[in-house]
Design a protein around this ligand. Structure first.
Ligand code: ZN
Length: 95
């Protein structure tokens, strides 16, 4: 599993907790970039987060890189990046 996939698991948990507590505003999620030491967070609305997650996008703070990814949507809080050459999920892992 690559870093962004591992961080996504954590972010899913945060988003789920926020929903349980009816956290209607934006939630702080962890940057999903490829930098192993990155501990930065960004704010995103839950609806926006679920939309990006469903589209297979990787969420980072502005300026952080995901290898081989093209940056799509950007705003002052976060960037949405899409890895090239494969679909959703990380199905081509050979362990
Ligand atoms: Zn980062």
């Amino acid at each position: 599993m690559n870093r962004s996939a591992r961080v996504r698991v954590l972010n899913e948990r945060i988003a789920q907790k926020a929903a349980e507590h009816r956290f209607v505003s934006r939630v702080p999620l962890l940057c999903e970039c490829d930098e192993p030491e990155c501990r930065e967070t960004f704010l995103i609305g839950l609806d926006d987060y679920h939309q990006v997650a469903a589209s297979g996008g990787v969420l980072t703070v502005p300026g952080h890189r995901v290898d081989g990814a093209a940056t799509g949507f950007q705003n002052g809080d976060y960037w949405v990046q899409h890895r090239q050459g494969k679909g959703n999920g990380d199905t081509r892992s050979f362990g």
